[in-house]
Design a protein around this ligand. Structure first.
Ligand SMILES: CC(C)(COP(=O)(O)OP(=O)(O)OC[C@H]1O[C@@H](n2cnc3c(N)ncnc32)[C@H](O)[C@@H]1OP(=O)(O)O)[C@@H](O)C(=O)NCCC(=O)NCCS
Length: 185
């Protein structure tokens, strides 16, 4: 298998994390507005270094293992966020995604563009049949991103996740490979 290097879209690269991404990764992972609906609250510099090191020999598409892609601006290679992929341990045709942008780069369509690029890769190259995303029902921007891309809301789970001191509701969104092909035609 060839080593994964990067994917690209009009304005973005989805590439491996590099040591130089450490300051931006630490900055947005410690931004309360970015962390608000995420399972994490903060990231120390040591934990960020370990996060980048652990990804060095990882490959996207390995069953049961999250792979984090750094999102970077194509023009400058500036790191602006990350998106993640987990192929299910018990079924390699099904996957889950996640995504995060630094606040300075929200509102410009980069999140939508990054996830679109990730889905093209997941459905066409990894040959996955079904992708899901789970989102805190209060996370309007994330809900809007998924619906903009054509994800279907399949479920509303009541008090399904303990987050930062409270039980929260989650939506389950999904996209099938056939649906993605039809949307992209
Ligand atoms: C979820 C998240 C990535 C969404 O970010 P976002 O900036 O709203 O999404 P996009 O980058 O796709 O940008 C969409 C916005 O840019 C605008 N836009 C500008 N140019 C655009 C383009 N070329 N294409 C699409 N949208 C564009 C859209 O109109 C939209 O604006 P609006 O919010 O005023 O309607 C971001 O809120 C985030 O990182 N949150 C914290 C982490 C998190 O909660 N992640 C999700 C966990 S489930």
């Amino acid at each position: 298998m060839t080593r994964f290097e990067s994917l690209n879209s009009d304005r973005l690269l989805l590439r491996r994390f590099a040591d130089g991404d450490l300051p931006t990764l630490v900055a947005y992972r410690n931004d309360p507005a970015v962390a608000r609906y995420q399972s994490w609250s903060s990231l120390s510099e040591a934990a960020a270094r370990a996060f980048i090191n652990d990804l060095r020999d990882a490959e996207p598409g390995k069953r049961g293992e999250w792979f984090q892609f750094a999102i970077a601006l194509k023009a400058t290679n500036e790191h602006i966020g990350d998106c993640a992929l987990l192929v299910r341990a018990d079924d390699t045709q099904q996957a889950e995604i996640g995504y995060t942008l630094a606040r300075s780069h929200q509102g410009l369509g980069y999140g939508t563009e990054a996830v679109r690029c990730l889905l093209d890769y997941v459905f066409h190259e990894l040959e996955i049949r079904r992708v899901i995303a789970q989102v805190d029902c209060r996370n309007d921007r994330s809900v809007a991103l998924l619906e903009r891309l054509g994800f279907r809301r399949e479920g509303h789970f009541r008090q399904s996740f303990w987050l930062k001191g409270a039980w929260i509701d989650e939506y389950l969104y999904a996209m099938l490979a056939a649906e993605w092909r039809a949307l992209r035609m």
